[in-house]
Design a protein around this ligand. Structure first.
Ligand SMILES: NC(=O)c1ccc[n+]([C@@H]2O[C@H](COP(=O)([O-])OP(=O)(O)OC[C@H]3O[C@@H](n4cnc5c(N)ncnc54)[C@H](OP(=O)(O)O)[C@@H]3O)[C@@H](O)[C@H]2O)c1
Length: 259
């Protein structure tokens, strides 16, 4: 049984533990975790049944696959602390945004993979982005893809595309939720709908739309709802006219590009 280590049980590390255990991708007794603040890890261990490591070094020494889930600014220090523990026999999976494979491979002797998970994996949906380092083996690929496919869909991409693709995956739920706020807000302003009712209806519609998309694609779904000459078609036309400008601006802002 592959032994999994999780270093850093914050928002994303905690989500990975819950999803691996909840999906059955890993047994709780195959997961050992460590965290800077003990109380947070203690609560997660009580909730999920995973093991509590004495410290990062014990977790790295014990595990075959180590998920490093600390903030990007903390990655280098943690890898320095684990220098003798992360040998070439170990597989390191870093989820830190913006920390390149090239740097990770220079800071550790372990085989390295970069993954950008999304919060949607908490409900075993959504996409994780994956890029393998030069030292990763076909068996590493199988291990990582099988774990991630159990908690959503793993999509292997070029590392250089991570930043733009992250806007669609990790940031996506917040963008889509912000659009829902705007849709509900317009119904309140233009249609006099009660705000709580507008929020409820938009949320239920989004959940239903996601369900329909399991069996369809975006274009076909629009065509099914927007009958020619109907009210939906008029609304879709406005989105298609104004949407590109707004979304291009949003992408430029998120990617930090100057106007
Ligand atoms: N948030 C997202 O949607 C998202 C998406 C994709 C990727 N990521 C990446 O995921 C990583 C974690 O983000 P997050 O949102 O989960 O942050 P977070 O909630 O702050 O979690 C980081 C965790 O690391 C622990 N930690 C810090 N230094 C440590 C050390 N030296 N040893 C052991 N544990 C240590 C922290 O412990 P304490 O309990 O003491 O704070 C905290 O629990 C980041 O690198 C980020 O780029 C995040």
């Amino acid at each position: 049984m592959t032994q999994i280590g999780i270093i850093g049980t914050g928002s994303m590390g905690g989500m990975l533990v819950r999803s691996f255990v909840g999906s059955g991708a890993a047994r709780p007794d195959a997961i050992l975790a460590s965290n800077r603040t003990a109380a947070k890890l203690q609560a997660l261990a009580v909730e999920t049944g995973i093991g509590i490591g004495r410290d990062n070094r014990e977790v790295a020494g014990h595990a075959d696959v180590v998920f490093l889930c600390v903030r990007p600014s903390e990655v280098k220090d943690v890898l320095r602390e684990l220098e003798d523990k992360l040998s070439p026999e170990k597989l390191l999976v870093s989820i830190a945004a913006g920390v390149l494979l090239e740097d990770l491979q220079a800071w550790t002797e372990a085989r390295v993979v970069r993954v950008i998970p999304a919060l949607t994996s908490e409900v075993l949906k959504g996409a994780s982005l994956v890029a393998f380092g030069d030292r990763a083996t076909p068996s590493d690929r199988e291990t990582v893809l099988s774990l991630l496919n159990a908690i959503g869909r793993a999509v292997e991409v070029e590392e250089e595309d991570f930043e733009a693709l992250t806007l669609l995956t990790s940031c996506g739920p917040a963008f889509i939720a912000a659009l829902m706020e705007e849709l509900a807000g317009a119904a309140v302003r233009q249609g006099g709908v009660r705000p709580d009712l507008a929020d409820l209806l938009v949320k239920e519609t989004l959940i239903g739309t996601a369900g329909l998309l399991e069996e369809s694609d975006v274009g076909r779904l629009i065509a099914r709802v927007a009958t020619p000459g109907g009210i939906t078609e008029k609304g879709v036309a406005v989105i298609r006219e104004r949407g590109p400008g707004m979304f291009d601006e949003m992408m430029r802002a998120a990617l930090g590009e100057e106007e």
